[in-house]
Design a protein around this ligand. Structure first.
Ligand code: SF4
Length: 335
């Protein structure tokens, strides 16, 4: 069996900001957007990060690439601290780790041709010049399923799906090893989005890319990922192989996310109750307790640690075992 190659290790990562609540607030408050997140990612594999909007998943993706500076913890990329890479050779990190954003409209400069958009990174990183650069751009267009003759066109001449293909070609132009994909299909029609997802899977296989795939849609994340981390108010609530998140979810939040997914033939959609609390006012103990039907006094007092349940499945719930075997039933009274 081929040995795995670690691409990324994240240990106890934290990201916080000082913010003012309201226009006339005098004091700043600390907003902990990411809190104690740890994981590893191997070459050719995908970690999916899923959660409602405001759970910190986008901040996590940006912090991994140091587009947002972490306030604690460490990130190791291919065996080297990202801080050290940035000090010695910042361009190297920008080349090896790329990001694909949600909106293919705002992420492409409308005044640049497709050729200059895709060729920009090739030039900055000195990978090819002149004719060789043009040829490489054409090759990349082919790789993402676009005609090489599109090289002189402008972004407004393309559909949203084609634009996202251009965004992907731009990311691949510099031969990255890690790509953070932040809701890459959420602004696209379902059928167009499905084609982009399949293209991304095909490219991953061909180029041995490691992906961090961020989305609010658990179905999409499950389609793309080898492992899934379920995030709530800045913390991982459950992480496991995709198969276990689908068939053996233990955390009440993961189960509620599955329940709230619309399905054909499903009579009633049992959605998540209530709103996600403000990250400026995180509940004591288990931060999911204000929406959890299984919550008890203990949940208000103690933070549940991430505990292993075999085969790498980690769950942060005081009653993960009891909920699974049916000995702890819903109280329907979050505390
Ligand atoms: Fe959190 Fe308690 Fe619900 Fe578990 S049972 S998710 S610890 S509130």
């Amino acid at each position: 069996m081929k040995e795995k190659e670690n691409i990324l290790s994240v240990e106890d990562l934290g990201v916080s900001f000082l913010v003012k609540e309201g226009q006339f607030a005098r004091k700043s408050q600390k907003l902990q957007a990411v809190d104690g997140v740890s994981f590893r990612l191997e070459r050719g594999e995908t970690l999916g990060v899923v959660g409602e909007s405001g759970c910190g998943k986008t901040t996590l993706g940006r912090a991994i690439l140091y587009l947002e500076k972490p306030t604690s913890g460490k990130i190791v990329f291919k065996g080297e601290l990202v801080e050290d890479i940035l000090r010695k050779n910042p361009l190297e990190l920008r080349r090896k780790a790329q990001i694909i954003f949600q909106d293919p409209y705002t992420s492409l400069n409308p005044r640049m041709t497709v050729g200059s958009i895709i060729g920009e990174g090739i030039e900055i990183h000195n990978l090819a010049k002149g004719r060789a650069k043009q040829e490489r751009v054409k090759e990349l267009l082919g790789l993402v399923g676009l005609d090489a003759s599109y090289i002189a066109r402008y972004p407004h001449e393309f559909s949203s799906g084609q634009r996202q293909r251009i965004v992907i070609a731009r990311a691949l132009a510099v031969d990255p090893e890690l790509v953070v994909c932040d809701e890459p299909v959420s602004s696209l029609d379902v059928s167009v989005g499905a084609k982009i997802l399949n293209l991304m899977l095909e490219l991953q296989k061909r180029l041995s890319l490691a992906y961090i795939f961020i989305s609010h849609d658990l179905d999409v994340v499950a389609h793309m990922s080898d492992y899934i981390a379920v995030m709530y108010l800045g913390k991982f609530m459950e992480t496991a192989k995709t198969h276990d998140i689908i068939h053996n979810a233990r955390h009440p939040y993961t189960r509620a996310l599955w329940e709230s997914m619309p399905r054909i033939g499903k009579e009633k959609i049992v959605g998540l109750k209530g709103e996600i609390p403000s990250p400026l006012n995180i509940p004591s103990g288990c931060r999911f307790r204000t929406r959890c039907p299984y919550a008890t006094e203990l949940c208000a007092q103690d933070v549940p640690p991430l505990t292993e349940f075999g085969d790498g499945q980690l769950v942060a719930c005081h009653y993960a075992k009891e909920i699974k075997d049916g000995t702890h039933v819903p109280t329907n009274a979050p505390v």
